[in-house]
Ligand binder design. Sequence first.
Ligand SMILES: Cc1cc2nc3c(=O)[nH]c(=O)nc-3n(C[C@H](O)[C@H](O)[C@H](O)COP(=O)(O)OP(=O)(O)OC[C@H]3O[C@@H](n4cnc5c(N)ncnc54)[C@H](O)[C@@H]3O)c2cc1C
Length: 445
Amino acid sequence: MTAKTYDVLIVGGGVSGTALLYELARYTDLDRIGLIEKYNDFATVNSKSSNNSQTIHCGDIETNYTLEKALKVKRTAGMLVNYAKSLPDDERDQIIFKYPKMVLGVGHDECDFLRKRFDVFKGHYPGMTLLEKEQVAEVEPQVIHTESGPRKEEIIALAITDDYTAVDYKAISESFVKQAQKTDKDIDLMLETGVHSIEKEGEIFKVQTNKGEYQARFVVVCAGGHSLLLAQQMGYGLNFSCLPVAGSFYFTPQVLNGKVYTVQNDKLPFAAIHGDPDVRVPGKTRFGPTALLLPMLERYNSKTIPEFFKVLKLDGSVFKVFWDLFKVSDIRNYIFKNFLFEIPWVRRRLFLKDARKIVPGLKLSDVTFAKKFGGIRPQLIDKDNKELMLGEARINPGTGIIFNMTPSPGGTSCLGNGENDLREIAKFLGCGFDEEAFNRELLDS
Ligand SMILES: Cc1cc2nc3c(=O)[nH]c(=O)nc-3n(C[C@H](O)[C@H](O)[C@H](O)COP(=O)(O)OP(=O)(O)OC[C@H]3O[C@@H](n4cnc5c(N)ncnc54)[C@H](O)[C@@H]3O)c2cc1C
């Protein structure tokens, strides 16, 4: 327990919380900053390298993004890369990685779609090229060639072949903490400290944990699905429900040199599968993620099942969102298929079919289920508008507390989301913000 009153207390030590810690320490004149994390290490939940796809999403190959959304993530992706590039080379090389990346169009409709997309996007992404089939084979031979010769379908790809495209979100979280500690700010890191509840008394927030009470003038909760739980305990965000979407992965021997994404079915709200190197598992290719609806806020943690039911708040509006999803046959089939992906004998066979869209020569014996890999995307349901929200969400009642919920691309957006919080904090507490240094270091490339 501490009698200190923090200027800002951050709850959650994943990539979102640690990015904010770094930005506050480096670019504001706030002095007392605390970070509370319930586990004994940073980034062990969704930001752990094995639990996400490790992609730096720039919007160039994500066909489910509009141009507007793409340019938004491009900016935040740039911040992440600029941060990592400012580190000594050996540290940078443990955090961000260069692999070629592409989105593959298979068949006439997808190729036509990608050609049109290229015309719209190329002006915004100077590194983007359109690869015809033979050029795809030069970058990713196994996407085109099989034992019986080159595949017959029409194929093109939109590709970026020389850029940072992958990141270890745990490594960057640890780096944020280390760099924050190098500043002259008074920073406290409270590990193995779980927040039970938060209340406001006068101007001060009182944060109750298993290790006692902490006090702060401003609180930012970056606790994934648990952010909604803590918000609702305070009476905020009651118009939201949560749909946790788990993602599993499969390993094969190394069949790809870089990241190969597929064109999104626009009826499906969750990203199509892709194949790519795992930055921590050399010599393999990792395919996925699947999209499995699971009644828990944290993957592989059954203690979070009752917490899920608390935030679900099942009523007519939530039921309508589920009904609307199930009504669409593509979505219904996709949901059922993703359940089957979890059944041991069936899953490899079924997944192989999907993975063969990327690498047609894959065999059943090549595919193994990646045990204990894959986290949960806490997608929110907007009960007022009866719709499933994609991307990150934020509850900001304007009272000195913010709650962040961060499904994909929340890893990529960590510094961008942190910037939004920082600006809100600066306004609320009236503290200084060195915007010139911020822009120079994170935004200018
Ligand atoms: C399958 C999958 C693939 C993905 N792929 C990508 C990708 O390629 N690129 C990308 O940009 N994003 C991706 N994402 C999303 C990305 O992983 C998340 O957006 C990001 O990790 C969220 O970081 P976070 O810090 O907000 O949450 P988390 O990493 O989940 O951290 C939350 C932290 O809060 C702590 N916490 C929770 N409750 C409490 C409490 N009561 N008290 C104290 N601490 C608490 C937890 O222990 C945890 O450390 C993917 C996600 C999944 C599931």
